[in-house]
Design a protein around this ligand. Structure first.
Ligand code: NDP
Length: 312
C-alpha cells in the first residue's frame, strides 16, 4: 500500500504533461498507465502539428519521448489499470487490478476514443485514408476529394474545416436532419465545395491493400436501400467520441455525453483535489497539444492544492 502526493490516471499527452510538471515540482507522482499505455497517439502515424518538429514525427515515438521525459524527472509509472476510486476518503483511494493506492491529489487523464462504424475496410485503412480527426489528418488530403460521415457538431465542423483544404467534401448523414447547431449548419450550407447526401449509411470502404490507399465507398440509402458508389481519397468518421469515464460515474460530476465536468478555465472537478485533463473532459479541441496543456494545468493546480493543505 502506497500513499502519493499526486496520482495520475492515464498515460496520454495530458497524463505525461501532468507527470513532467509535477515531478519537476518534486511531488514524485505515480502514474497508472491504463490498458492502452500512450493513448490515442499510439495508433496514429504521422504527426505534423505537435509544436517543435519541422518534419512529421510518429505518434508512438512522441509518446515514448514523453514517457522517458516523465521518468527522467522521477515519475513512477505502473503498468496497471484503475478499477475503482473512492473520492469520499482523504487521502483518496484508488484501486487497480493488482493494488490499492492512496493519494492526496488525483489527476484524471484517461482520454477518450473515437467511435467507429465497424464496416468492412474501416480497420484495414485506419491511418491510411480513414481517420477520425480532420484537424489532425485533413492536411494530407489537400486538393483531394474526401467524405465525412456524421451529423453532429463534430461532423459539421470537420466538413467546414476540410472544405478550406480539400477540393470537394461530401457529408453523408443517415437522416434528413443534422443534429449540429443551426449556426454551424448555416456556415456549412454556404460552402460551395460541400455536398450533403441525406439518408445514407456507409456500407463498405474499398481500396488497394498493396498501396494502402482508399479508392471508393459503397453507401446505402436508409429509405429504399439502394446502393451507390463514391470515389474518394479520404474518409473521416465523425460519429462521436466515448470518454473513458465508466469508473467515475456517480463519483464525479459528468455531463450527458460522459465527459467529466471541470470548473471554468480550470481542471478542477467538483471534488477538491481531483483534477481532470485532456480528452476525458474536452469535447471541443481534442488535440495532443491541448491535452498536454491541460495536463500542465492539472499539475499546477494539484501543486497549489497540496501546498494549501500543507502537504509537501
Ligand atoms: P454527436 O453524438 O453529437 O453526433 C454524432 C452524429 O453521428 C449524429 O449525427 C449521429 O446521427 C451520427 N451517428 C452516430 N452513430 C452513427 C452510425 N453508426 N452511423 C451513422 N451515423 C452515426 O457527436 P459529436 O462528436 O458531433 O458531438 C459530441 C458532443 O460534443 C455534442 O454535445 C456536441 O455538441 C459537442 N461538440 C461541441 C462542439 C462545439 O461546441 N464547437 C464541437 C464538437 C462537438 P443521428 O443524428 O442520426 O443520431
Amino acid at each position: 500500500m502506497q500513499t502519493s502526493k499526486v496520482l495520475i490516471i492515464g498515460s496520454g499527452p495530458a497524463g505525461y504533461a501532468a507527470a513532467i510538471y509535477s515531478s519537476r515540482a518534486g511531488l514524485r507522482p505515480l502514474m497508472i498507465s491504463g490498458i492502452e499505455p500512450g493513448g490515442q497517439l499510439m495508433i496514429t502515424t504521422d504527426v505534423e502539428n505537435y509544436p517543435g518538429y519541422e518534419n512529421p514525427i510518429q505518434g508512438p515515438w512522441l509518446m515514448e519521448q514523453m514517457k522517458k521525459q516523465s521518468e527522467a524527472f522521477g515519475t513512477k509509472i505502473i503498468n496497471d489499470y484503475v478499477t475503482d476510486v473512492d473520492f469520499s476518503k482523504f487521502p483518496f483511494e484508488i484501486n487497480t487490478e493488482k493494488e490499492k493506492y492512496f493519494s492526496y491529489s488525483v489527476i484524471i487523464a484517461t482520454g477518450a476514443k473515437a467511435k467507429w462504424l465497424g464496416v468492412p475496410g474501416e480497420n484495414e485503412f485506419k491511418g491510411f485514408g480513414v481517420s477520425a480527426c480532420a484537424t489532425c489528418d485533413g492536411f494530407f488530403f489537400k486538393n483531394k476529394n474526401v467524405v465525412v460521415i456524421g451529423g453532429g457538431n463534430t461532423a459539421v465542423e470537420e466538413t467546414i474545416f476540410l472544405s478550406n483544404i480539400c477540393k470537394k467534401v461530401t457529408l453523408i448523414h443517415r437522416r434528413d436532419k443534422l443534429r449540429a447547431e443551426k449556426i454551424l449548419q448555416n456556415r456549412l450550407f454556404e460552402k460551395k465545395n460541400v455536398e450533403v447526401i441525406w439518408n445514407h449509411e456507409l456500407k463498405e470502404i474499398i481500396g488497394e491493400n498493396e498501396n494502402k490507399l482508399i479508392k471508393k465507398i459503397i453507401i446505402k440509402n436508409t429509405k429504399n436501400f439502394d446502393e451507390n458508389e463514391i470515389n474518394l481519397d479520404g474518409l473521416f468518421v465523425a460519429i462521436g467520441h466515448k470518454p473513458a469515464t465508466e469508473i467515475f460515474l456517480n463519483k464525479l460530476k459528468i455531463d450527458d455525453d460522459g465527459y467529466i465536468l471541470t470548473k471554468a478555465d480550470s481542471t478542477k472537478t467538483n471534488i477538491d483535489g481531483v483534477f481532470a485533463a485532456g480528452d476525458v473532459t474536452d469535447k471541443i479541441y481534442r488535440q495532443a497539444v491541448t491535452a498536454a496543456g491541460m495536463g500542465c494545468m492539472g499539475a499546477l493546480e494539484a501543486e497549489k492544492f497540496l501546498s494549501k493543505k500543507k502537504i509537501s
